[in-house]
Ligand binder design. Structure first.
Ligand code: B12
Length: 245
């Protein structure tokens, strides 16, 4: 089945809503002949790794559509919940691709702020590592105050924040204010459903940029690379000399 086909997206949505894990795996692995091999237990070594690009192209739009269906009343919360459980399992099976670390690379922090919706953050983290960016993962549910403090301690230069709940998005303004008090303020990049619903929200809460996808996260970090100070060895130690060309 082609990667972007409407048919594959619709079939995956049907499979998740029906809690049919075997079909969901079959669509995501891109194999039409693995169904019977996957049936016993689904936990065996028979499950092939799932390519990251298929998760981004198929699973992400399907979960959004399921969320819309829930909002419209055509999908039950139990279906959202079960789809998410299957999605969590799928994401944990994404083939880990870790490239050699880029040099220079900014110090990158990543968190789901005051919210437990963590699938997007996980995909963003996997994607960044896959292109060679190391990431400090602060997990999900961390408060704005704690995140600002921990990012400061770790010298984070680009802080990527995922929020899926409107309330959590509004808390980004507290985070931005606290980061603004730091001598070296990290660039603050946000993403998640509320910023897609309201295109001006990221500016209103004080972020520097907003991304719609894991691919955007990579592009936005790439853009920050010129802001990484070049570290020059001096006689007595190391000194920052401003932006890299
Ligand atoms: C799956 C899901 C759940 C799962 C979460 C499972 C998990 N482990 O994460 C479960 C069932 C547990 C859940 C629970 C709830 N949910 Co929910 N959930 C969803 C749903 C359907 C999909 C979210 C998702 O996982 N998408 C797939 C991921 C991979 O996509 P993503 O997060 O968007 O990330 C991609 C991009 O946005 C981007 N991205 C994400 N973050 C970042 C960050 C940066 C920096 C960048 C650059 C890019 C980026 O890259 C990612 C990969 O492409 C959404 C609907 C929606 N439209 O999003 C509702 C939704 C977010 N949930 C909602 C609600 C209300 C709830 C509950 C309160 C329900 C309840 N009554 O209990 C609880 C609260 C949980 C909590 N405390 O956090 C509402 C929020 C509404 C609002 N106004 O705030 C939504 C929008 C549904 C709706 N239409 O109403 N939910």
């Amino acid at each position: 089945m082609p990667l972007h086909s409407e048919g594959a997206i619709a079939a995956l949505e049907r499979a998740l809503l029906a809690m049919d894990r075997v079909t969901a795996y079959r669509i995501l692995t891109g194999r039409d002949d693995t169904g019977s091999a996957l049936v016993p237990g689904l936990d065996g070594a028979s499950i092939p790794p799932i390519p990251l690009e298929r998760v981004d192209a198929l699973l992400v739009p399907v979960l959004r559509s399921i969320g819309n269906g829930w909002g419209a009343g055509s999908v039950a919360l139990s279906q959202v919940y079960m789809s998410a459980r299957i999605a969590e399992e799928i994401i944990s099976r994404v083939a880990p691709v870790e490239r050699p670390v880029r040099d220079p690379a900014p110090v990158i922090g990543l968190a789901t702020l005051e919210d437990r919706h963590e699938l997007g953050k996980r995909i963003v983290g996997i994607s960044l590592r896959a292109v060679g960016y190391p990431v400090i993962d602060y997990g999900s549910g961390i408060t704005a105050e704690e995140l600002a403090d921990r990012a400061a301690e770790d010298g984070v230069q680009v802080l990527l924040v995922s929020t899926l709940m409107l309330r959590a998005s509004m808390r980004v303004s507290v985070l931005a204010a606290r980061l603004g008090e730091l001598a070296a303020r990290p660039r603050l990049v946000v993403g998640g459903a509320p910023y897609l619903f309201d295109e001006s929200l990221w500016r209103e809460v004080g972020a520097d940029a907003m991304g719609r996808s894991a691919a955007d996260a990579i592009d936005l970090v790439d853009l920050q690379r010129p802001h990484v100070p070049v570290l020059v060895r001096t006689g007595n130690g190391t000194e920052a000399t401003g932006a890299q060309a």
